[in-house]
Design a protein around this ligand. Structure first.
Ligand code: C2O
Ligand code: CU
Ligand code: CU
Length: 560
């Protein structure tokens, strides 16, 4: 098979045969079953490529989850290799996070269950087994997660999946002469959306929403529309921005998401292109002409590649007739974004990214955080529950890296001492650092503590991550539950609380329901969840009636 010839010039791009993009099916509700499987996919017509997928041959279903729902997942691994499944960006407990310690052996089923606590936004899921993340993601295991909440539902935004609200999973891959996916590779010259090469999408002539995910192993894109047409970014990794941000360019590194609106109201019959303006990248970005700061720094396999340092099309958008009840204008405002004040920080931690061996050949070597490669048996940080922390990350290598942290969303305080650009002023869980840059972010490690299962932080360039550019932290509840807090096999903590109350059970006791009463005996709320958020209630004393397998018991909780 001959490698596909990419067409870059505006004069000739209409000659490329376009393929309608795959829109992954959706799964929603509170019981979700996912099965990893081996499969095949025809990326190139007539060529069978071996793939991995979830509930199918390639990629996975889009999960549509409601904030506040308690969701039971069942994840079965039928790929004959050990793997894991991580919910990238979701705020979940460490044991549910699906990091490298939470392996799913071949033939096994993992059954995490948790409450969806995040704001409305675009997240994703992918495997996370140490050394194998790149292989499993590149071969096709990845899917989008859409979280919905009432705040987002109240806005006049497009939200009909596949009609005016589209999942756009952008990936590059390298195919060998037999049409098989090569992992790892620095020669990722095939660009695809939702596993479709030369992808084409019909969009109605109205305001449409694209949920962009850079699901590539290594490559950063400089997203824009042809003719420098304006689009409006409405969300970053962790949810909506305060207002739509009119832009013509958006840099997206691996792992990052952004939701954008395109106003196609008056464009029926026209064709637009979602592009990457990679010619505008400075060197030192995987995606630029030279991936290192100096032209003498080579990365084996990287050049020649027509995607490097050139502008290219990602997705053709053909504007067709509008739908019934279209959204026809861009809202003025979205949600209130309330960054954590810097003064709240309990501690600043400094992290530095360096090459293992410096110098001209550093791009072909490995990279590390704080001088040491990832070790599954070493906990790099122990973080007290409810700590508010500033993480100051410095890139002392010659290539840019996207830094990602599990458990939390963060607010960027500054980039090289300057206020971050507007599109980085919302919630983020991945932040890109050019060579020599320092970014400081602030976050709070709340709700979940587990002394046994760590969370990860790492570079989201999957080859770097697999080769050790990762670390891990545990969140410890120093004041929280210990054996003395258990009475009749059940503990309610923290108490007093600032809002979140957790109920832990042991000795084979299980919790089936919690009914909250105020001090006057009126019922306030009830839940089947073991985590209750009382933060919307007035301060005071509440009574929790706990229905358990060992009977009903009542506990008093003080809300500060
Ligand atoms: Cu998207 Cu730790 O990963
Ligand atoms: Cu993650
Ligand atoms: Cu990296």
């Amino acid at each position: 098979m001959k490698k596909r010839a990419l067409i870059f010039t505006f004069v000739t791009y209409l000659t490329v045969a376009q393929n309608p993009i795959l829109i992954p099916p959706t799964l929603s509700g509170t019981n979700i079953s996912l099965t990893f499987q081996n499969g095949t996919h025809e990326f190139f017509s007539g060529v069978t490529t071996n793939t991995m997928g979830v509930n199918g041959n390639i990629l996975g279903p889009t999960l549509i989850l409601n904030q506040g729902d308690f969701v039971n997942f069942s994840v079965t691994n039928n790929i004959a290799e050990t793997s894991t499944l991580h919910w990238h960006g979701l705020h979940v407990s460490a044991e549910n996070d699906g990091g490298p310690h939470t392996t799913i052996l071949p033939g096994e089923t993992w059954t995490p269950s948790f409450t969806i606590m995040d704001k409305a936004g675009t997240f994703w899921y992918h495997p996370h087994l140490h050394h194998y993340t790149n292989a499993h993601v590149s071969k096709g295991i990845a899917g989008m997660i859409i979280v919905k909440d009432p705040e987002e539902a109240a806005l006049d935004l497009p939200r009909t999946y596949g009609e005016d609200d589209f999942p756009i999973v952008i990936q590059t891959k390298d195919f060998d002469a037999n049409g098989q996916i090569v992992v790892p590779s620095n020669n990722d010259d095939s660009i695809m959306v939702n596993a479709t090469l030369d992808a084409q999408l019909d969009i109605p002539a109205q305001v449409v929403r694209l949920r962009l995910l850079n699901g590539s192993s290594m490559r950063t894109f400089n997203i824009g529309l042809n003719n420098n047409q304006t689009f409006y970014q409405i969300a970053s990794d962790g949810g909506l921005l305060s207002a739509p941000l009119a832009s013509t360019r958006l840099r997206m590194a691996p792992g990052e998401r952004a939701e954008i609106l395109i106003d196609a109201t008056s464009l029926q019959g026209q064709t637009l292109f979602l592009m990457s303006y990679a010619s505008e990248f400075q060197n030192g970005i995987y995606g630029a002409t030279y991936p290192g700061m100096g032209q003498g720094m080579v990365l084996d396999g990287y050049n020649p590649n027509p995607l490097n340092g050139n502008d290219f099309n990602i997705l053709q958008l053909d504007v067709v007739a509008p739908t019934a009840n279209p959204v026809t204008s861009i809202p003025n405002a979205l949600v209130t974004v309330t960054p954590i004040p810097e003064a709240n920080a309990d501690i600043t931690r400094d992290l530095v990214m360096t090459p293992v061996q410096g110098g001209q050949n550093q791009l072909n070597g490995d990279f590390v955080i704080n001088g040491t490669p990832f070790d599954l048996n070493v906990i790099n940080y122990e973080i007290p529950l409810d700590n508010t922390e500033i993480w100051s990350i410095t890139n002392q290598s010659a290539i840019g890296h996207p830094f990602h942290i599990h458990d939390v969303q963060f607010y960027v305080l500054d980039r090289n001492g300057n206020t971050p650009p507007l599109n980085e002023q919302g919630l983020k869980d991945v932040i890109y650092l050019l060579p020599q840059e320092t970014v400081r972010f602030i976050t709070k490690f709340e709700d979940f503590a587990n002394p046994d299962v760590p969370y990860m932080y790492h570079c989201h360039m999957l080859y770097h991550e697999d080769r050790g550019m990762m670390g891990q932290f545990i969140v410890v509840d120093e004041l929280g539950v210990d054996d003395a807090d258990f009475k009749e096999g059940i503990a309610v903590y923290p108490n007093p609380t600032n809002g979140i109350v957790q109920i832990a059970t042991k000795e084979n006791n299980t919790l089936s329901k919690v009914i909250v009463y105020n001090i006057l005996g009126s019922k306030v709320t009830e839940t089947t969840n073991n985590i209750i958020d009382l933060s919307n209630l007035n301060s005071g004393v509440y009574l929790l009636k706990l229905v358990t397998s060992k009977g009903i018991t009542t506990r008093k909780v003080v809300l500060n």
